[in-house]
Design a protein. Structure first.
Length: 245
């Protein structure tokens, strides 16, 4: 089974469209979104609409929850500042974002052995917690143990990595950050997502038997940046897209 995971679109429609052009060509068996559909750019409703049209199972990201209790009037819609991005979301979109789950658990039986994939936005503990590549091993081991995850997949930091953690004499677990479709922060302005392959050879005893493929794709960064600059959003958001930080 080939599972595509993507996250952190942040209302970047050019990147979102380029992502689907790429992932559709690869024909995964399943696709999941790990949150942060909105914020930082001007197309939140288009992103939400496409996610819903495709019926993609989606988590709540920390930016998605910022629409809760937000009051919007005509003045707010044109008020400069970073919150402009959230005021653009329609009432229907806000209701959808507030209904999203905090995590998704996928339970496999491979050769009569359980294999659990846990999908989160930040961490199993908190939607806002960063799980970074250099996190101390004892901390990430505790997180894996508490959550019951064999493969923990998240977003939030916008910095992709795959780290293998040895949890016993013969067992290994995996921590994966899937990067960002619409706002990379690793110095590479291309969008990023992950394809995971689980098959009859997948086992926690062999760390190489879990196939994790990071996929980068080009998109029109200038179109996304100019849309920010033409809006009440801060111009620094456009600079960050161009420089991917």
């Amino acid at each position: 089974m080939r599972i595509a995971l993507f996250s952190d679109i942040h209302a970047n429609l050019p990147a979102f469209e380029a992502f689907f052009a790429d992932v559709d060509s690869r024909k995964p068996d399943a696709i999941y979104c790990l949150g942060d559909l909105v914020g930082y750019n001007v197309w939140p409703n288009e992103v939400i609409s496409e996610i819903r049209k495709r019926g993609i199972a989606t988590l709540a990201g920390n930016h998605d929850l910022k629409v809760k209790g937000l009051f919007t009037n005509e003045q707010n819609l044109i008020e400069p500042g970073k919150n402009h991005a959230y005021h653009l979301v329609t009432e229907t979109g806000r209701s959808y974002l507030q209904s999203l789950p905090a995590l998704i658990r996928l339970e496999f039986q491979v050769n009569n052995n359980p294999l659990n994939i846990l999908l989160v936005h930040g961490s199993p503990r908190s939607i806002d917690e960063y799980v970074l590549e250099d996190i101390e091993e004892n901390i990430i081991s505790d997180i894996l143990k508490e959550s019951g995850a064999d493969i923990l997949c998240g977003g939030h930091s916008h910095k992709p990595f795959h780290r293998i953690i040895k949890t016993g004499e013969t067992h290994y677990k995996h921590v994966i950050n899937i990067g960002s479709v619409g706002k990379p922060k690793d110095g590479d302005s291309r969008g990023c997502y992950v394809m995971i392959k689980i098959d009859e050879n997948s086992t926690l005893q062999d760390p190489q038997s879990i196939d994790v493929n990071f996929i980068r794709f080009e998109y029109n960064v200038e179109a996304a940046s100019r849309a920010i600059e033409a809006s009440p959003l801060p111009d620094e958001f456009a600079d960050r897209l161009r420089k991917a930080y």
